[in-house]
Design a binder for this molecule. Structure first.
Ligand SMILES: Cc1cc2nc3c(=O)[nH]c(=O)nc-3n(C[C@H](O)[C@H](O)[C@H](O)COP(=O)(O)O)c2cc1C
Length: 214
């Protein structure tokens, strides 16, 4: 069992977060969740989860959101809970995942701001040499965004944009979300059953292939 930290920011794409949390718990892991202030607003907007202005009610919302069984393996922290265990390098956090990651949080992590718990845990991952998986979401991207991503990639972070592929022929939004979430789990080294792996053609029987994707 490992403990993963997921920082939820004010970017769009909270459906990915939910699938990743569920998959980590299904694989026997524990999850620490923290929101930024904007993350709390977008969580309410996209998933209807009301975690309070700064995520201070996230803990009580876990069970209605994720169900009792999953919620049992999840700890929730507010944006300003900089005293929370994962903010210390002594916490054995297996990896920090920023999902989805706004351009604001991306910039502040690239500059080492640590101005809330999410940014601090990402900073700790960098200083401790732990895995940091960043799932940025914005389009189009400015040079500022690209340079911040390049800087973090040079520091060892995995930049895994919320950029869904179509070569696996998704039929539903859930298929699209699961495919991207599966790629996050792959980078964490966690087994999962989120979508089929590329088999050479990806064809349903009788259809022709279009070549491998990533
Ligand atoms: C509904 C909604 C969707 C947003 N989507 C994005 C997005 O995809 N990417 C992004 O960088 N910012 C997005 N924003 C703007 C961020 O929330 C905003 O820049 C915020 O200050 C980021 O703060 P944070 O980095 O502390 O979470 C969105 C805002 C709202 C209200």
């Amino acid at each position: 069992m490992s403990r993963f930290f997921i920082g939820i920011t004010g970017a769009s794409g909270h459906a990915y977060t939910e699938v990743v949390v569920r998959a980590l718990v299904a694989a026997g892991h524990e999850v620490d969740l923290a929101l930024t202030v904007a993350g709390s607003k977008v969580l309410r907007h996209e998933l209807g989860v009301d975690a309070g202005a700064g995520g201070e009610h996230l803990a009580r919302e876990l069970e209605p959101w994720l169900g009792e069984e999953v919620a049992r393996s999840v700890r929730a922290f507010a944006a300003d809970a900089i005293e929370a265990p994962p903010s210390s390098g002594t916490a054995l956090t297996a990896a920090c995942i920023l999902c989805p990651c706004s351009m604001g949080t991306l910039a502040r992590v690239a500059a080492g701001f640590s101005s809330n718990l999410v940014e601090r845990v990402a900073d700790v991952a960098l200083k401790e040499g732990r895995r940091l998986v960043i799932v940025p979401r914005e389009t189009p991207l400015s040079v500022v965004h690209l340079e911040n991503m390049a800087r973090l990639a040079r520091l060892g972070a995995v930049i895994l944009p919320a950029m869904p592929g179509f070569y696996h022929r998704p039929r539903t939004l859930d298929d699209l979300v699961a495919h991207l979430a599966g790629k996050i789990l792959d980078r964490l080294g966690v087994e999962h059953a989120l979508g089929a792996r590329w088999s050479g053609t990806g064809d349903p029987p009788g259809e022709s292939g279009i070549g491998p994707g990533a």
